[in-house]
Design a protein around this ligand. Structure first.
Ligand code: 5CA
Length: 451
């Protein structure tokens, strides 16, 4: 993408309305624009990040055996009356009347809607296990929407729903989602710690929240220091018995502040880390709560009806955009983990109009594109200082800086946003860099021989 053709409305000043860093940076980087309290438009850069997160979430749900569907945002009130939650949900639910005066609502979650699908089509225990998910906008009329996309009124959620015919298989479904969450967040470059949680309006008796660590997070968290060195989970195979693996994880102490008891805490003070975090996922097992009230049963092996055992599993897809920024930034701006970055590499022409610089920058841009790297090419007429500051603000992980002074010495600068390290490379090495297959990485030291 050429910056001259892009829509990147960056702000120089800190917007006054933003109280927290991720909100400030998202506005300054031209990622979102507020439409009304807690409701945002996603601009090109923001939407790109949102879509990358969505893609990782989708791939990991698919790998765990969940099936993607798309349920509507607007639901009929009847199914919520059946479950008994129509009145319970209170003012957070946005209630709407259609032209025929029928009661509708903008879904804050989809347990009822998915149970309605299942009861219509799943009649035998043989059709189970089943796990259906969608990635869809939700609306919760929060009393105090704040912190930008972190606590919005309209927000994007991935919500999955598992159906099983007994507690044992339902627990296996829960375990699968548990592991898939660890894998999902790890792929985004995040450490997400599962913590025992309350079930709130969703209900049920088993629940974990997944919290990513960020100094500015909303929740207080207490956890054993071993959490920071737990092996990551990318290799866990879903065909294995997941129960012992989950036990291994849940045995390591981790609690949110409501669940942490400082007096009876089983962890020695020297091992306990006190921090803050952002809840990016929440999973629930609630047994037959919805299937009983809504009449969702299947015939069991003996032909007798069995109420379905259900769990639901949420990931805050739009919240993750803010959460990742809270966890990964510096005083210059955002530092995107490569997996969710809007662009892989920035190609910064420091002096548009200088033939040599123009030619080489264009060549690097074309090479990068043809090798399937998502390149942002700054071909604008802004000053060198502004160009560099913008790329740091919007957090592009790799930046190739091409200027007339360097080129006279046959040098281009390659900057890594995360480490801040600047490496001087030759134009040939830069071409090799943007031509590499797969993810970008610093040229090996032996490629620097002869410099
Ligand atoms: N039905 C269940 C699981 S599918 C459910 O709704 N769970 S939840 O209420 O915990 O929401 C799931 C995730 O959505 C949360 O972990 C959080 O990351 C995100 N989320 C919840 N409320 C908001 C909000 N107001 N703004 C942004 N994200 C939110």
């Amino acid at each position: 993408m050429r910056l001259s053709k892009y829509f990147l409305p960056v702000l120089k000043e800190n917007p006054k309305e933003a109280q927290i860093l991720s909100h400030r940076l998202m506005l300054r980087a031209g990622m979102i624009q507020q439409s009304s309290a807690g409701i945002y438009s996603w601009l090109p850069l923001g939407l790109k990040v949102l879509s990358k997160i969505e893609k990782i979430v989708r791939e990991e749900q698919d790998k765990a055996g969940a099936l993607e569907i798309k349920m509507p945002t607007i639901q009929p009130a009847e199914i919520w009356k059946e479950s008994g939650r129509y009145n319970d949900y209170g003012l957070e639910m946005l209630r709407i009347k259609d032209r025929h005066d029928r009661a509708m609502l903008y879904g804050p979650t989809n347990e009822e809607q998915v149970t309605d699908i299942c009861r219509a089509h799943v009649k035998s225990y043989r059709a189970l296990p089943l796990n259906l998910y969608h990635i869809q906008w939700k609306f919760r009329d929060e009393v105090r929407p704040r912190f930008g996309v972190m606590r919005g009124r309209e927000f994007l959620m991935k919500d999955a729903y598992s159906f099983d015919f007994d507690e044992k298989t339902a627990r296996a479904a829960y375990n699968k989602m548990f592991v898939s969450y660890l894998k999902t967040f790890a792929r985004m470059g995040l450490t997400a710690i599962p913590m025992e949680a309350d079930t709130g309006p969703i209900g049920g008796d088993m629940s974990h929240e997944f919290i990513i660590l960020a100094d500015t997070g909303e929740s207080g968290v207490y956890f054993h220091k071993d959490w920071l060195k737990t092996d990551l989970v990318t290799d866990i195979d879903y065909s294995a018995d997941l129960e012992p693996i989950i036990n291994k994880f849940t045995k390591i102490y981790a609690r949110t502040d409501e669940k942490h008891d400082p007096i009876n805490c089983p962890i020695e003070k020297k091992d306990l880390i006190e921090g803050r975090g952002v809840e990016v996922g929440h999973i629930f097992y609630f047994g037959t709560k919805y299937s009983k009230s809504m009449g969702a049963s299947v015939s069991g092996p003996d032909g007798k009806p069995i109420d379905l055992h259900m769990g639901s599993y949420g990931i805050g897809v739009s919240r993750l955009v803010g959460g990742i920024i809270e966890a990964s930034h510096d005083n210059k701006g955002i530092i995107w983990p490569e997996e969710v970055s809007p662009f892989d590499v920035a190609i910064i022409n420091l002096k548009s109009g200088n033939q040599m610089v123009d030619d080489l920058s264009e060549k690097l841009y074309q090479l990068g594109l043809s090798n399937k790297h998502d390149c942002l090419f700054d071909d604008s007429n802004y000053s060198a200082g502004e160009k560099l500051a913008t790329m740091d603000l919007i957090g592009i992980p790799w930046q190739l800086v091409i200027g007339p002074k360097g080129l006279k010495r046959n040098i281009i600068e390659l900057k890594n946003r995360k480490s801040g390290r600047v490496t001087e490379i030759t134009p040939e090495q830069a071409m090799k860099f943007v031509s590499s297959q797969g993810s970008l990485s610093l040229p090996q030291p032996d490629e620097f021989k002869g410099q």
